[in-house]
Design a protein around this ligand. Sequence first.
Ligand SMILES: [Zn+2]
Ligand SMILES: [Zn+2]
Length: 116
Amino acid sequence: MTGAKIIGCINHPGLEAVGRCLQCSKPVCKQCGIVSVTGLYCSEVCREKYEQYMHRAQALESEKGYKRGFFFGLKRAVGVVITLAVILFVLGCVASLTYIPLLTDVTTRIRSLLGI
Ligand SMILES: [Zn+2]
Ligand SMILES: [Zn+2]
């Protein structure tokens, strides 16, 4: 006694089902199951329905992925610009408030070149 129940095909109750339809999950045997690249189906109608649904879902997913990528890129670009602005602002403040030998040297040279 194993107790394992054999699931019969929806069209042939005496035959063991090899699997269930992906679309309507009806059990089907080897004879009536339609095997496609995407899986097993009980009928052509189910196969078409499921494949159409998959196409729509995939199209939606790729569209969402594209939008997410775009906004992510935009956010990152804005972040970089803000960071650069902050760095430039801080550098400007530091340069005007403190004595930086190198900067002063450069300014002096430019001034002497210009004759100021
Ligand atoms: Zn089906
Ligand atoms: Zn069958």
